[in-house]
Every structure is written in C-alpha cells, then in structure tokens.
Design a protein around this ligand. Structure first.
Ligand code: HEM
Length: 405
C-alpha cells in the first residue's frame, strides 16, 4: 500500500470521527455556521496536504535513472555467506550490463520487425529506420562481446572461490537471451537439449509464457523472407528482361571464358539448380532444423546483391548487410563466451547442468546461424563484366516498381 493510500484511509477515519463528534460540537459552538467553518477549514487543510503528498518527487539524475534500485542490486552471495569474494562484484556487474544491453537489443529488434510488418511498407521510407536500428544492434553486440574480456581479468581460481554460491544458477536461464534468439528467428529444432531438457524447462511460469509468446510471434527471419519475396515478385512481374534468363545467359558467358582459372570454374549445375522453382532446394541441407528462404525470397536477396549499387537497391543491400553483421556478431558472442567458459572451467560441468564447454561449442554451429543462406548466396554472385545491365528503375513503394517510360 502506498503512503497516499494510507493517507486516504486515515482521512476517512478523521471525517467519520468529525461527523460523529459534530453532533455534540454543534452544542459547543455558538452556531451551526461556526461548525461548518471549522469543518471547511479542516477539509481544505487536508486537501492541501494530500495534494502536496501526491506531487512526484523532484526529478534528479538519480530519481530519473532509478539509481537507488540499480546501484543497490549487487548482492554478493559470498558476502551473505560470510566469505566475501571481491571478484563476485565484477561477476554480477558484467552480467547485469549484458542484460541491460539485451533489453535494448530486444527493443530495437522489436522495432525492426514491427516496421517490416507495416501494411503499406515503403522501402524508401522504412528501410532507413530499419537500417538505423539494425546498425545499433550490431554496435551493441560488438560492445558486449568485449565485456567478456573484462570478466577474464578475474582469474579462474578466484572464480572457484565463489562459484559454489551460485548453486544451479546459470546464464542458461537468461530469458532475454532466449527472446533475442527467438525473435531473430532461431528454429526450436535447431537447439541442443541439455539432458533432455529444452531451454524453457529452466524458466519459471511467467518467463515460460514470455518465451512461448516470442516463439509464436513473427521473427526477423519471417518478415525479411516476406519482404525479399515481395522485392522479387514485383521486379520480375514488370521486368521485360526476365531476370532469371538474364542470369542464365550471364553464367553461360562466364563459363565459356577461357581465361578463368581451373579452381574458379563456374559451377553451372549449381546455378541451374537455383534457376527454377522445381529444382531449387534452398541453400542449406538441414532444412528440418531451420527456416529456409523460399525460391522467391532467395532471388529477392540475389537480385539485391547483384544490383546493390543501383539506387533502388542501395538501402535494401545495406539492410541485408546489417542482418548478416548481426548474425555474425551473435556467432561471435557464442564463440567468445565458449572460449571464456573453457578458460574458467576447463571441461567441468556448468552450474546449469550442461557439459559446459562441449555443450556451448555445439551451440556455435551452422544450425544456429539463422541467416546462413545470405552467406551461401555469395556463391551465386556474377562478375560485373558478365552481368546483364538493368534499366534504371524507380521504386515508388516496395512491391510497386515502375519504369520511368
Ligand atoms: C565466469 C563466467 C561465466 C561462466 C563460467 C559461464 C558458464 C556457462 C556455462 C557452463 C553455460 C552452459 C549452461 C550451464 O551448464 O550452466 C553457460 C550458458 C550461458 N551463459 Fe555463461 N558463463 C559465464 C559468463 C556469462 C556471461 C557474462 C553471460 C552474459 C549474459 C553469460 C550468458 C550465458 C548464456 C545466455 C548462456 C546460455 C547459452 C546457450 O544455451 O546457448 N554467461 N554459461
């Protein structure tokens, strides 16, 4: 109960007593008017005090940032057990710093996904917001990966002095990390289980609800896939050059070039496979473990990459580049974390019950790279000298490409 609520309750009691007592006071005061005067006076005084109490405390640096809470949230379990290990303070601070940045990443990732879902999505207008947010996510990830270096200033032997106080607590239970993975588009089947338990088994019921929600919400992968499909379908609908046959022609010219070194010979079979819907199988062979780009989405991405310097694709290319940056940086996060864990624990089990180093290594593989197809796509780029010229186009809206003539 807030102070204000207590005050209202007390006021109720005072008014009640006043009314009760009023019957006899009327006899004490000379007239009813004097009684009313006193009662009015008391009421005004009470209102003034109430208004004063309702005022928000003065906004200062400390109150605005809730520093009282933030700076009072480093609770050393070793100290509570009467055996303070100073480095536990650093251990907590570094984890909290990660979580704060995870929160900002989730905020920006949510913003990117929502923007992609705008019904009247307009490349020229919305890709600018998207690239700003993706760029920031990439910068934050670069920054937090460096936090591990700070933690590594703590010698493994010192970590051992307070590790027992962590009991079964582990980063494995970080809800925000799971939300980032899910919102980015990590497929649940891609996840490595720990002793038959999936990540949700380690969360409490409220956290579990949030995790399930995030699994069901559209991920960055889903919205990007839809966007790429739109780019492709609208381009090929109106493109008289026929994009697919122009690739075929370019590849044939390239394959015939006798100056090409043996090791760099064009893989015509691979190109043939991506050129029709029937033969296209995606660029990743463990489809069941992950989402996969559709034929149209793949060609949307290829089209953007091939013609990245043309005005209508510059922002789109920047978007794809930043998505790949973020994908890389999440892998870097996993890689740096696993190396640090190896240094701290050797091959000991984790407090969360996993095999530790081996488990974490298994999370740093291709199945965990949500946008791996964008990387594989580089095998289908074509040198400028063979590539068909594109007529200059303008794109009034994504999905509505019009030729100037
Ligand atoms: C001395 C430092 C650290 C050690 C020894 C350590 C150890 C481990 C181990 C062994 C695991 C596997 C699960 C388990 O069995 O517990 C794990 C998972 C995890 N840790 Fe750390 N960790 C450290 C620091 C951090 C930091 C600073 C973060 C930042 C948030 C973090 C976040 C995570 C996350 C998110 C997972 C789950 C990874 C996954 O399942 O893919 N850890 N950690």
């Amino acid at each position: 109960m807030q102070l204000r609520d207590c005050f209202i309750a007390a006021l109720g009691v005072v008014v009640f007593i006043c009314i009760q007592q009023g019957i006899s006071w009327v006899t004490i005061f000379d007239s009813v008017n004097e009684y009313i005067l006193l009662f009015t006076f008391l009421t005004i005084a009470v209102i003034l005090v109430y208004v004063k109490m309702s005022e928000r405390p003065k906004l200062t640096y400390e109150t605005y940032l809730r520093l009282d809470k933030v700076l009072d949230s480093q609770y050393l379990e070793s100290e509570a057990a009467g055996n303070r290990v100073d480095e536990e303070h650093l251990f907590i601070i570094v984890h909290q710093a990660f979580e704060i940045w995870f929160k900002q990443i989730l905020e920006d990732l949510g913003g990117v996904i929502t923007t992609f879902q705008i019904p009247d999505f307009d490349d020229r207008k919305h890709l600018s917001t998207i690239t700003k947010k993706l760029g920031r996510i990439a910068l934050i990830l670069k920054l937090v990966v460096q936090h591990f270096e700070i933690l590594e200033t703590m010698p493994p032997a010192v970590f051992l002095n307070f590790r027992k106080y962590l009991k079964s607590g582990s980063g494995f239970e970080s809800l925000q990390f799971r939300l980032i993975e899910n919102r980015f588009g990590l497929q649940q089947l891609a996840r490595e289980a720990v002793k038959g338990q999936v990540y949700k088994d380690k969360l409490n019921s409220t956290q579990k609800m949030k995790a399930v929600e995030s699994e069901e919400e559209p991920s960055l992968f889903t919205v990007v896939k839809n966007w790429l499909k739109n780019v492709f379908t609208t381009c090929t609908e109106r493109d008289s050059q026929n994009y697919l046959s122009s690739i075929n022609t370019a590849v044939s010219k390239w394959a015939k070039d006798e100056n090409t070194d043996e090791n760099q010979k064009v893989d015509k079979d691979a190109f043939e496979q991506i050129l029709t819907k029937e033969t296209y199988k995606g660029l990743y062979d463990e489809d069941e473990k992950r989402h996969s780009l559709s034929f149209e989405a793949f060609h949307g991405a290829l089209l953007i990459s091939l013609y990245q310097d043309e005005p209508e694709f510059q922002m789109a290319y920047m978007t794809l580049k930043l998505i790949m940056d973020v994908d890389c940086l999440i892998s870097k996060w996993r890689h740096t974390h696993v190396l640090m864990v190896h240094r701290m624990l050797g091959r000991k089990m984790g407090t969360g019950g996993s095999s530790g180093y081996d488990y974490l290594k298994s999370t740093n593989q291709d199945t965990y790279r949500v946008f791996i197809e964008l990387f594989n796509l580089s095998a289908f780029l074509i040198p400028d000298e063979y590539k068909a010229e594109r007529k200059p186009y303008t794109i009034p809206k994504c999905g509505k490409i019009s030729s100037p003539n």
